[in-house]
Design a protein around this ligand. Sequence first.
Ligand SMILES: Nc1ncnc2c1ncn2[C@@H]1O[C@H](COP(=O)(O)OP(=O)(O)OP(=O)(O)O)[C@@H](O)[C@H]1O
Ligand SMILES: [Mg+2]
Length: 238
Amino acid sequence: MTQPLLQVNDLAVRYGDVQVVWKADLVVEEGAIVAMIGSNGAGKTTLLRAISGMLPPYGGEIIFAGEIVPASAPPEFVRRGLIHVPEGRRLFARLSVWDNLMLGAYLRDDKAAIRQDVERVFALFPRLRERRWQDATTLSGGEQQMCAIGRGLMAAPRLLIIDELSLGLAPRVVDELVDALRKVNAAGTSLLVVEQDVATALEFADHAYIVDRGRTVASGTAAVIAADPAVRTAYLGL
Ligand SMILES: Nc1ncnc2c1ncn2[C@@H]1O[C@H](COP(=O)(O)OP(=O)(O)OP(=O)(O)O)[C@@H](O)[C@H]1O
Ligand SMILES: [Mg+2]
């Protein structure tokens, strides 16, 4: 059996004295699209932050590409190819789309490959090319998400983690993002996506995890999770 790209074992995370993630166990196979779903405040963002090195775990371990990732600063995670597109997009104000994209590549010095990757981002999201000199925070919501994903891609991710892919976006834009991400995935990048629209998430992903009160409480193929009566009642409103 091949080893998974990401394996999270028994992860716990605290903010000071307040424990938010109690026990998270999660696997992302190489090449997979994995969705994480759960109610507001369940701890999804916190869990993703710990996985990408933005918060130190309080317990448990994160194994990426077969190596335990030591608790360290985010650049170490970025170097390994573990890239996080944050909730709320967090683009840099007063910087152009181009500069925001280039900041995604801040740890790279392979100029020719960076150039190719920016072309790849523009091919995925032609609107970003048209607007490359515009202040990124003046983009529409959908364009900002494209820019945030593009910035993530500029880091040459092996695993791209996206928190709240579709939040606040029109269905047509969400379809566009999902199409683009399928291409990114087909080109070899694995995806871990938190998505509040559970129907979209289960349509998009191969595999899904449910997070409830800081614990991963269920997982399975997207089809199995979608057919789970508890999921249908609690998350799909059926
Ligand atoms: N910086 C922080 N300091 C203290 N508590 C926090 C902090 N950030 C989040 N929390 C708390 O941790 C819990 C989980 O929050 P988190 O943002 O991880 O949930 P979530 O599942 O991403 O929710 P949502 O679906 O609303 O984005 C919440 O109770 C929240 O109030
Ligand atoms: Mg969140």
